[in-house]
Design a protein around this ligand. Structure first.
Ligand SMILES: NC(=O)c1ccc[n+]([C@@H]2O[C@H](COP(=O)([O-])OP(=O)(O)OC[C@H]3O[C@@H](n4cnc5c(N)ncnc54)[C@H](OP(=O)(O)O)[C@@H]3O)[C@@H](O)[C@H]2O)c1
Length: 306
């Protein structure tokens, strides 16, 4: 039996059916009061518990041989503490956020979670993913697409040249399934990302093309955006510190080498055009433009989540 944390999340609710189809029995750790969309199945059980409350995790490892940890990496220590030595493979999913140079509590949490994963040695396989996109509400590119459908004028902080490398959720799931069973990957870590980086402006253009819109990017100089973020009156209800952090993070390249994952996990991610076509259909008849202009946008429907 496999334990899955984060089973109600974007990746988790797609992963669990794959595990079931592969013949695994699955126990999902689900917070009390949260509902799952899973149909009842004799090989699917729920354990009601919260990774912030260790007492609720008692018995979560009964009968399991491996765990897939999709709840936030900051809970890695709590999860490992709840698992007996009979659980010999724990696949931990993290993000590229730990690479950020923008000071933030969330960066520290990711780094500490990853440190705990590495400290567990051969028992853990650590997968560090870039921004994940796919069907339904991925909270990343589908929100960008929805924004562009409503309004093709997109406010962009900076020059839009920061590099992005989004990865399709199906490719992340394939890597998770490979990391679950391959003996040779014990104790290793892998970066997961799309096949190649692209400037944020190119990403926006590709998403626009997929939904039949030619985006118009309205660049806001970073210094102007930061000053506005600092001086916007609190009465406007914006979390100013967070906004400033997002503006700075949007200037950072978010790229990763997938060479190791390709070699060890047969990770061959689909290209962005193929992935967007899968999500949005064949898109529009808009021709590709030779060169895009633009830049990153924020998370409120206009940019990357991770
Ligand atoms: N989505 C991305 O773009 C992206 C990019 C890079 C890395 N990642 C990482 O990949 C993993 C999966 O991403 P995702 O987008 O599927 O995440 P998600 O949709 O945000 O789901 C998070 C899951 O964790 C559960 N969870 C949160 N706090 C918990 C707690 N205290 N105890 C038990 N469960 C808890 C949530 O349960 P509830 O339903 O109760 O809230 C939910 O099932 C995450 O670790 C994420 O950081 C995601």
């Amino acid at each position: 039996m496999i334990l899955v944390t984060g089973a109600t999340g974007y990746v988790g609710r797609r992963l669990v059916p794959h595990l079931m189809a592969g013949g695994w029995s699955v126990r999902c750790l689900v917070r009390p009061g949260r509902s799952t969309a899973f149909a009842p199945h004799p090989r699917l059980v729920l354990h009601r518990g919260d990774l912030e409350q260790p007492a609720t995790l008692a018995g979560v490892d009964d009968g399991i041989c491996a765990a897939l940890h999709l709840a936030h990496v900051r809970y890695t220590g709590a999860l490992l503490a709840a698992l007996g030595p009979h659980v010999t493979r724990v696949v931990v999913v993290s993000s590229q956020r730990g690479n950020s140079r923008v000071p933030s509590p969330s960066v520290g949490q990711v780094r500490e979670g990853e440190r705990q994963a590495r400290a567990a040695g051969e028992r853990v396989v650590l997968l560090r993913s870039s921004m994940i996109y796919g069907p339904d509400d991925d909270r990343n590119l589908t929100r960008l697409a929805a924004f562009l459908r409503r309004c093709r004028w997109l406010p962009v902080y900076g020059d839009g040249q920061a590099l992005q490398q989004p990865v399709h959720v199906d490719d992340v799931i394939a890597a998770l399934l490979a990391a679950l069973t391959r003996p040779a990957v014990a104790g290793r870590q892998y970066d997961l990302a799309g096949p190649q980086p692209m400037a944020y402006s190119e990403l926006v253009e590709a998403v626009g093309r997929a939904v039949g819109v030619r985006p118009r990017l309205c660049h806001i100089p970073v210094n102007v955006a930061l000053a506005a973020a600092r001086w916007v009156p609190a009465a406007w209800g914006r979390r100013v510190g967070l906004v400033a952090e997002q503006i700075l993070r949007l200037q950072e390249d978010k790229t990763a080498s997938i060479t190791a994952a390709t070699a060890d996990l047969d990770f061959v991610p689909m290209g962005l055009v193929e992935g967007l076509t899968q999500v949005h259909g064949s898109g529009s008849a808009l021709p590709a433009r030779p060169r895009a202009v633009g830049g990153p946008v924020d998370r409120a429907g206009r940019g990357a989540r991770d």
